[in-house]
Design a binder for this molecule. Structure first.
Ligand code: F0G
Length: 479
């Protein structure tokens, strides 16, 4: 006892004032369970990519060192989520895991009707189906994600993108390049509002570089659509990253917490669709949250045919449990600080190596402007493809081309290729998976590759399917 009281009195006499704030942002977690990653030689990777017909989707994942193909479903779950997996209740109907999931989504969104789905695109499908869209209808978005567009078009309706003007300039530092173009929205409704059945704002806007949408933009979009009685939905796959960007960049939000900001954004919409494979740290899952009970009832009655009973929506009870926990964890501001800063750090490193990237760096991915990086390769020889093959063969990184292979098309009559607006390569960062030394390694190696870009050659198709050709195409390198 004497010893401890002596200790405390010495300690009190020397109470320490705070040290300066560290400049280094750390991963706010430690690692309990690990997976090996393999470092193949360049010759081995060369063989793998040849066998894959130079299509990165056809690689075996175990032959990839850094898998940056997507941030979707690739998160590391936490110890709490894994514990949730064990207590998940597998009752067919009315499982307590559903009740927990429902309560978390209701608390976060303020939307009463919560319907789980097996992933984001099934929520899209169910919503478009329940709205009974026809070929006379239009669904407007800031930029519809591919699967959203596909589900709108599958219903017969037209998907119309109205991205804000700043998004076209990849080098502008505008803070909210994910915004919807409010003037174009107002104009379109003024011309013919009867055709427009739904507006969807995707936060963050994946298709223009993971760029955020401001609260002001959503508020004004709501004010524009409201008099017409057109519902406003949010695609909230990356809602927490978007809310943290608002906190950092939008005047008046610096002192608000992220949950509050997200809650305010949800209060502006009539419903939300989520792929829970992103900002819920889920390996699978999604949901629809809807204010209108009649629309929700239509979804519930239709979904039984494909997704399952409305309290599990194609998921296991254990998945719902893990998602409920993930939706709380994602709001941790130490995590979000690390998340946005580490993505930015990666992008800054690539840019410092002399490779142009979309500015500002988005939340979940770095987008390389391959058209600008490889000016000697014309669009119809696919510079994005060339760079992504080089990133794999040289470094072991799997990325994805978002250029004239994914978004272009072959004219069915003339056989000519049509270009995409930009030739990009996306490096998406799985959540809580790679460490700073992984990033430093990739940046160092990208620096070596940057000196060799002139040596890279274009590619030509040797096989392409009529739809979604990027998944299954085969290529040959040009001489
Ligand atoms: N909405 C957005 C904004 C998305 O990014 C995605 C998927 C979806 C909807 C569809 O969700 O995959 O669960 O069916 N994006 C992934 C990606 C595939 O790599 O960006 P899903």
């Amino acid at each position: 006892m004497a010893l401890s009281s002596g200790f405390y009195s010495r300690y009190n006499a020397n109470t320490m004032t705070e040290l300066p704030r560290a400049k280094t942002i750390i991963e706010p977690f430690r690692i309990k369970s690990v997976e090996p990653i393999r470092l193949l030689s360049t010759a081995e990777r060369q063989r793998c990519i040849e066998e894959a017909g130079y299509n990165l989707f056809k690689l075996r994942a175990q032959d990839v060192t850094f898998d940056l193909l997507t941030d979707s479903g690739t998160s590391a779950m936490s110890a709490r989520q894994w514990a949730g997996i064990m207590v998940g209740d597998e009752s067919y109907a009315g499982s307590p895991s559903f009740q927990r999931f429902e309560a978390v989504v209701q608390g976060l969104t303020g939307l009463a009707n919560v319907i789980p789905t097996h992933q984001g695109r099934s929520a899209e499908f169910l919503l478009m189906q329940a709205m009974g869209l026809t070929k006379r209808d239009v669904v407007i978005g800031n930029t519809h994600f591919d699967t959203t567009r596909a589900n709108i078009e599958h219903s017969g309706a037209q998907a119309l993108d109205l991205p804000c003007k700043e998004s076209a300039d990849t080098q502008s530092e505008a803070p909210f390049k994910g915004n919807i173009d409010l003037d174009a929205l107002a104009e379109t409704l003024k011309k013919d509002s009867r055709k427009v059945r739904l507006v969807i704002i995707t936060v963050t806007n994946n298709s223009v570089g993971g760029q955020p949408v401001s609260m002001e933009n959503v508020r004004r979009a709501r004010a524009i659509v409201k008099p017409y009685g057109i519902p406003l939905f949010l695609d909230v796959a990356r809602f927490a990253e978007n809310a943290f960007f608002i906190k950092k960049r939008e005047p008046g939000f610096a002192d608000r917490n992220v949950r509050d900001i997200a809650h305010e954004m949800f209060s502006l919409c009539d419903g939300a669709l989520m792929s829970a494979k992103k900002d819920a740290f889920g390996n699978i899952g999604g949901f629809l949250a809807i204010a209108d009970p009649a629309l929700a009832e239509t979804v519930r009655s239709q979904m039984v045919i494909t997704e399952g009973f409305p309290t599990y929506g194609g998921l296991a009870g254990r998945d719902l449990e893990a998602l409920a926990i993930g939706l709380e964890e994602i709001l941790d501001e130490d995590y979000l600080t690390y998340r946005l800063r580490s993505t930015e750090y990666f992008g800054e490193g690539i840019r410092a190596a002399g490779i142009p990237v979309i500015r500002p760096i988005g939340g979940h991915a770095v987008y390389i402007d391959a058209g600008a990086a490889l000016p000697h390769i014309p669009w119809n020889q696919f510079p994005g493809q060339s760079l992504s093959v080089a990133l794999y063969t040289g470094i072991g990184i799997r990325s994805v081309e978002i250029g004239s292979i994914m978004l272009g098309a072959r004219d069915p009559v003339t056989g000519d290729e049509r270009p995409a607006p930009q030739e990009l390569v996306r490096l998406a960062i799985p959540r809580r998976v790679y460490t700073q030394s992984h990033v430093d390694y990739m940046v160092e190696m990208i620096g070596h590759l940057a000196g060799r870009l002139r040596e890279l050659k274009g590619y030509a198709f040797t096989y392409q399917a009529p739809v979604l050709r990027h998944f299954t195409a085969r290529f040959r390198p040009l001489e």
